[in-house]
Write a protein that binds this ligand. Sequence first.
Ligand code: KIV
Ligand code: ZN
Length: 514
Amino acid sequence: MDSNRLIIFDTTLRDGEQSPGAAMTKEEKLRIALQLERLGVDVMEAGFAASSQGDFEAIEQIARHVKDSTVCSLARASLKDIEKAGEAIKLAPRRRIHTFIATSPLHMQAKLRMTPDEVFERAVAAVKACTKYTDDIEFSAEDGYRSEPEFLYRICEAVIAAGATTVNIPDTVGYAVPELYGAFLKDLREKVPNSDKAIWSVHCHNDLGMAVANSLAGVHTGGARQIECTINGLGERAGNCSLEEVVMAIKTRRDFFNLETNINATQIVPASKLVSSITGFPVQPNKAVVGANAFAHASGIHQDGVLKSRETYEIMRAEDVGWTHNKIVLGKLSGRNAFRQRVKELGIPVASETELNDAFFRFKDLADKKSEIFDEDIQALFKTSNTAEHTDRYRFVSLLQTSETGEQPKATVVWTDNGIEKKSEGVGNGPVDATFCAIENEVKSGAELQLYSVNAITGGTESQGDVTVRLALAGRIVNGVGADPDIIAASAKAYLNALSKLSTDAPCNPQHAV
Ligand code: KIV
Ligand code: ZN
């Protein structure tokens, strides 16, 4: 492989999904997978096939649809896991199995209760078992950074000899610091005799906020040529290395890193928004690259400088990472062809003519309520699952809500339950609370509301509200989304969407933990 080529391995759908509350349905996973493909990730870890039937099916579905990226499944170093992984990815034109076992003294003793020799045997046997399904095999030494270097030399040499084509040294607990992690990788590559027969990979968690810095040191000093990362840095605890940050660091500081990726940076912001809306994890405004303020200049001195010459305070261009300027693109009188054209220009995947027609009707409905339709509004039309409005058990119809200072807010909500119209009333502490109570008074789901968030899709008070509702019931956690110029109606839609998921759609992973 070209020594200047850096492989981007995205694990939003596996490690990212391990964030508490980020469990996704099969359909949501597929939508993210298709966006990751457009983004140009080399490898996407679609899930952990042995963890649940839902995740197995999600990986299978992704393997069927994704053509340009390698589709990967995680597997513990066990024959059963590997068989499941091999089965799940078999339809993918490019497929990888990622098998792992912990190698640090602490993990081997306290968690696995295995001796180093047993771990060694298990790792080699696992890699050999993977060769039955694919020749693209990744081995991870879990908690690698806290492992004994001598043991790692031995195990890495053996797994490469057994067929591993990528060797990953995770900083599983986010303990590393850049200089030490880079040197650790460099030492390993120097001491493992057949190290040149595999690609070395970094996988850093962000517990001390250094996942991106550590990953870059692993590449620059350590010679790794694969970075494992997630959109928005989603992941267990404080998250993983953030894809957008690491990719833009490599691109913007090409003078220093001298590396190329296959990423189409203009798809970064759409990917970030999609992941945020599906998981209900908002992106902090000052987040590098994808935060709403990442390219905003508030101080007079900065604004003056940027107006005179953009480079004075900007090292990247907002449009290069996919920010669009709230352009008014369509209106009430726009026809189906203009709509189709804009959808195409925005790179929104449309599976069928029916899907486009449905979105067009939603667009017309929106244009009746909102005079200016922006690109973001069109993206939002496709954001709630394209089919959700048709397949959801509960569908919003209308809302009457009254609030008055000093009076308790009241709501009357009309919706359908499998096509049968229902109407109920509720009171609450505020208009959203009254709306949710109205629905609950009839549905009686008993679900616990874990998160409610509302964001404006575009600027200005005419913007649509984009609401995420997270509900938990009997150990299951689901996110519902809804958008509407009326934020109370958007809230009702999101609540009904979450209830529909609870009633029908099993999440792929009821919070599996590796
Ligand atoms: O953090 C970690 O060690 C992992 C492995 C399974 C690669 O996620
Ligand atoms: Zn991890």
